[in-house]
Design a protein around this ligand. Structure first.
Ligand code: ADP
Length: 274
């Protein structure tokens, strides 16, 4: 209806313009549908922990004279509250990486610091599963970008590697400089010996809220937003993230990001020196 009304009005201007307008409307509809899906997904994801909290609080009230039951229900309330907090935090992170231009306050970011930070973030979780984490090649490498966003991206990859791996396995982080036509890149590869990802799922894991196994992902506190954040950060830095995986053997997620070159490193000083 809308499209036809518009095309009738502009018909005299020529069919090419009409076609462009119709295409525009189709694209606008597609974006609108994606937005609607997203809101529906968020609502659903929020409803689950909120519903559980509501039921559990009733259970606590009913069990007032049974201290052991109260403690058990309170423990589960804590888990649901953490889940809710994680989800809200990841939604804030996602909206930030989607809306902010990360290069506005870009600086040379040390790769060894990013890697240490990511490992520290997962140390507890890795410890309880006796997963060893090892990093190499990070010395003297710098990425040109937004420190907070880069830390979030690498942190998510390392966290996933730990979460989707069985006990007593190894997570490796390897960094190196790679020559590329448009300027050197820094490559950071996160390798695990975990459950792996099928070819079919590989195409979808970077979508918001996509999880291969929702139950397993929820058990680890996963929100399904982590890889969407990683993909956004990589793209807005002019880089990319790719995945290699073999089911049952493990996965490697590789980030390729622009190196902080000498000229960019020195930025403001260059003008002062001139
Ligand atoms: P989640 O919060 O569920 O971990 P992500 O967006 O980070 O969400 O990842 C999406 C899905 O991709 C996960 O639910 C999981 O099924 C799969 N996945 C991510 N990283 C790995 C990995 N290293 N090994 C196996 N599966 C993974």
């Amino acid at each position: 209806g809308e499209a036809l009304a518009v095309s009738a009005r502009v018909a005299p201007l020529g069919s090419r313009l009409v076609l462009l307008l119709v295409e525009d409307l189709t694209e606008a509809r597609r974006i609108e549908a994606v937005r609607r899906d997203f809101v529906a997904n968020v609502s659903h994801e929020l409803k689950t922990p909120v519903g559980a909290l509501s039921l559990l609080s009733e259970a606590v009230m009913d069990a007032a004279d049974d201290p052991e039951a109260v403690e058990r229900f309170a423990g589960r309330m804590q888990i649901e509250a953490t889940r809710l907090t994680n989800l809200v935090q990841e939604l804030i992170d996602l909206s930030r990486v989607q809306n902010d231009d990360p290069l506005e306050d870009a600086e040379p970011v040390r790769v060894d610091e990013l890697v240490t930070e990511a490992i520290d973030r997962c140390r507890h979780q890795a410890g309880t599963k006796q997963i060893t984490m090892a990093a190499g090649g990070t010395a003297d490498l710098h990425i040109w970008g937004n420190r907070g966003q880069l830390a979030a991206a690498l942190g998510n990859l390392v966290e996933n590697a730990v979460n989707y791996s069985p006990a007593r396995t190894r997570v490796g982080i390897a960094a190196r400089r790679v020559n590329a036509p448009g300027g050197d890149l820094i490559e950071i590869a996160v390798t695990d010996q975990g459950i792996g990802i099928s070819d079919k799922d590989k195409e979808r894991i970077f979508e918001r809220f996509y999880r291969v196994d929702p139950a397993r992902s929820r058990a680890t506190g996963g929100t399904g937003l982590g890889l969407a954040i990683v993909k956004h950060v990589a793209a807005s830095h002019g880089g990319e993230v790719t995945v290699w995986s073999s089911e049952g053997q493990g996965s490697t997620f590789t980030l390729r990001l622009p190196e902080a070159g000498a000229a960019r490193d020195r930025g403001p000083q260059t003008t002062a020196e001139r």
